[in-house]
Design a protein around this ligand. Structure first.
Ligand SMILES: Cc1cc2nc3c(=O)[nH]c(=O)nc-3n(C[C@H](O)[C@H](O)[C@H](O)COP(=O)(O)O)c2cc1C
Length: 327
């Protein structure tokens, strides 16, 4: 439970001056599935209560949708009956239960020596160093957690923090990229076509709101290389087979190769910004200006880092479970 609580705290709002002013303890109220601090085999069910809400801040959004948010699409789909308070079903708050599930599964995977870590690779054009795609290890993950924001290079982190403050001061927001590594996954997870490891991870990743892209290994960069440069040659030390480079990001044909699985996700700038924006009054069918209220993150990226780890854990665990089931 302590490990799970620590993991949840990495996502919780109001923990740093970079995040929304909304303060939530994100304490878990466990209803079933746990006995004497251990999973007992019954379905695990827990509640995370919202304690710091200002629901009225959202009333106007049913009529005047926020650009970049889901108010318009949800309004059309649910004919205006959608829960608008706090963003409802489209709130970043929904990543709290994802982190509960992922935080538990990360511990199950760690017992199998499969470790997952992530860091901010870029915010507002400021880059952190990337994971070493061949030698990334659990120590690198632990080092990242010692910094005030999850980065490898603290200087880059300080510049990122300054860029978030600058965006916030000008009533705006910034986005960025999160890099994730999964180490220790055995060869053979994932299946061809629709259940490939890329498919499984991507499908889980897009459960996190505000994620707009994903690339594996060297990703879009591979398009600029010759095959001879991009292919990772196989080697053996007599015991195991590995690759010297890892452009393929640990997945070949949708199946894990035993090399670290590396992927990066694009996170858009927070849609709710305090700058005046153009929108439409749906009741009047007129163009209008929108000034939003409420408390929002000027940058989603730092809080999304544990969410990425959580859903990656769920995707890997499912694949591991499938492999054990069929082998
Ligand atoms: C941890 C986290 C926190 C978020 N906080 C906010 C927020 O404060 N304000 C906001 O407008 N969007 C926030 N979002 C993003 C919106 O939920 C998201 O942009 C919206 O639902 C539209 O979905 P889409 O961006 O995936 O298309 C957050 C997302 C995450 C993952």
């Amino acid at each position: 439970m302590e490990k799970l609580r620590d993991f949840m705290q990495r996502r919780a709002p109001g923990r740093s001056n970079l995040s929304t002013k909304r303060k939530e303890s994100d304490e878990l109220e466990i209803l079933s599935g746990l006995s004497n601090g251990r999973l007992c085999g019954a379905p695990f069910c827990a509640v995370i209560r919202n304690s710091d809400t200002h629901s009225s801040d959202y009333n106007q959004l049913r009529d005047i949708p926020r650009p970049g948010h889901a108010d318009y699409t949800a309004g059309v789909k649910y004919r205006g009956y959608q829960d608008i308070a706090g963003g409802g079903h489209f709130s970043g708050r929904l990543t709290a239960p994802l982190c509960v599930a992922g935080g538990i599964v990360k511990q199950i995977l760690a017992a199998e020596r499969i470790y997952i870590g992530a860091h901010i690779e870029q915010i507002a054009g400021i880059h952190d160093v990337r994971f070493d795609p061949v030698n990334v290890n659990n120590d690198s993950f632990e080092q990242i957690l010692l910094n005030s924001i999850p980065v490898i290079d603290q200087d880059a982190g300080a510049k990122m923090e300054a860029s978030i403050h600058a965006a916030s001061d000008s009533c705006d927001s910034v986005g960025g990229v999160i890099e994730c590594a999964i180490i220790g996954a055995p060869v053979g997870l994932g299946d061809p076509m629709f259940e490939g490891m890329e498919n499984r991870i991507s499908s889980a990743i897009f459960a996190i709101p505000a994620i707009k892209g994903i690339e594996f290994g060297n990703g879009f960069e591979c398009t600029k290389l010759y095959g001879s440069e991009n292919n990772d040659s196989f080697h053996t030390d007599g015991n195991r087979i590995f690759t010297i480079t890892n452009n393929h990001g640990g997945i070949l044909g949708g199946i894990t190769s035993g090399m670290p699985i590396i992927f990066r996700v694009a996170v858009k700038p927070t849609p709710s910004i305090y700058k005046k924006q153009q929108s439409v009054s749906l009741s009047k069918m007129e163009n209008t200006e929108l000034s939003i209220k409420g408390r929002h993150d000027p940058c989603i990226v730092p809080r999304a880092v544990p969410c990425v780890e959580a859903v990656a854990a769920l995707a890997v665990y499912d694949a591991l479970f499938d492999m054990k089931k069929y082998s």
